[in-house]
Ligand binder design. Structure first.
Ligand SMILES: [Zn+2]
Ligand SMILES: [Zn+2]
Length: 230
């Protein structure tokens, strides 16, 4: 069995993260994970101000990829797979986007000018895959719950960042009710994160395409850590 983190942030790119890409890579390696997918907050989400204020699109993309690049470099050194993704933000709906790389970003400077529906169409048209992260999270920065079953491919049915497990239970119900494949992720921002999630696969993942394939074909097992009462 193989273990992968599917949802995590780095301080190089996300304004709310304190762990660097390299630190995260080392921690996950130490914990026995086989790979991690870096999903920093996208240009329309909580990415660092320096990125939003980058001089031109190319510079913004370079800065945006810094967290992934750092994690990848360390992962290559220590023997941990590191894949690329991001977390697109649509007013309460956070869409983990996989399967598209830096080249796609460089070639798509209009990505943040499109509405969410055109974004989903474009991502799908170009071979990307969209997982709705924590669809039922309630938090002060989220004003409403927005469900997009016909625009997304899968549902994150467990997320360590949800304050109440009922938010995870609702996500599982939503996925089952709409017949959507499921994933799980930690939404890890810090080295101190006590509970970690992710997915288990029977076969190793060689690239992000293998991950997409595994989710699509319902071959991932969500990792649901035990509840910690604080
Ligand atoms: Zn964040
Ligand atoms: Zn996140």
């Amino acid at each position: 069995m193989f273990r992968y983190e599917t949802h995590m942030h780095t301080r190089e790119t996300s304004a709310c993260a304190s762990a660097s890409g390299a630190e995260q890579a080392r921690r996950y390696k130490q914990l026995g994970y086989d790979g991690i997918i870096i999903t920093d907050h996208f240009f329309n989400g909580n990415c660092r101000r320096e990125i939003k204020e980058g001089a031109g699109w190319e510079e913004k993309v370079e800065l945006f990829c810094a967290g992934y690049d750092a994690a990848k470099e360390e992962g290559d050194r220590i023997g941990l797979k590191v894949f690329f993704g991001w977390e697109y933000c649509y007013e309460g709906a956070d869409l983990l986007t996989y399967g598209l790389g830096k080249d796609w970003l460089l070639a798509t400077p209009e990505v943040c000018l499109m509405n969410v529906f055109d974004y989903c169409d474009r991502v799908h048209g170009d071979g990307g895959y969209i997982v709705h992260a924590h669809p039922f999270r309630e938090a002060n920065y989220l004003r409403e719950i927005r469900l997009l079953p016909q625009w997304t491919d899968a549902v994150e049915i467990y997320n360590c960042g949800n304050a109440d497990d009922r938010m995870n239970d609702r996500a599982r119900w939503y996925a089952e009710s709409c017949g959507l494949p499921i994933t799980a992720g930690s939404d890890n921002h810090h080295l101190t994160a006590a509970r970690l999630s992710g997915v288990i696969t029977a076969d190793p993942l060689g690239g992000i395409e293998d991950y997409i394939d595994a989710v699509k074909n319902r071959r991932v097992i969500p990792i649901v850590p035990p509840v910690v009462y604080e």
